[in-house]
Design a protein around this ligand. Sequence first.
Ligand code: DGP
Length: 114
Amino acid sequence: MSDCIFCKIIGGEIPSQVVYDDEDVFAFRDINAQAPLHVLIIPKAHIATINDLETNNADIIGKLYLVAKKIAADEGYTNKGYRVVMNCGEAAGQTVFHIHLHLLAGRPLDWPPG
Ligand code: DGP
């Protein structure tokens, strides 16, 4: 989508600190990091919110989690623990309408979140 900032990041139009890149999935460091490790993991296909998911998106959602697991391992958090979360809609804090998993680690993470 031409007006989506995450599509522009995938395309290199907006620079980012890339952590992972394959044919389906892209991951980069959050510009407003909320923890020592804060990476956003996104599908290359534009999907606005969880509400827009279709049955044929099941594989890509699974891939986002597998990439989260790999990055957490690469950064040394497999056993220390980490959080993976996806916000849906404005009330949940979604500000960019291209689905993304937040991968957070490196500090104690409260539950429930605010
Ligand atoms: P959410 O609130 O769940 O929609 O998360 C959106 C995240 O995207 C937020 O933590 C900040 C991050 N973000 C927004 N714009 C940019 C950008 O241009 N570059 C990077 N690296 N992150 C961005």
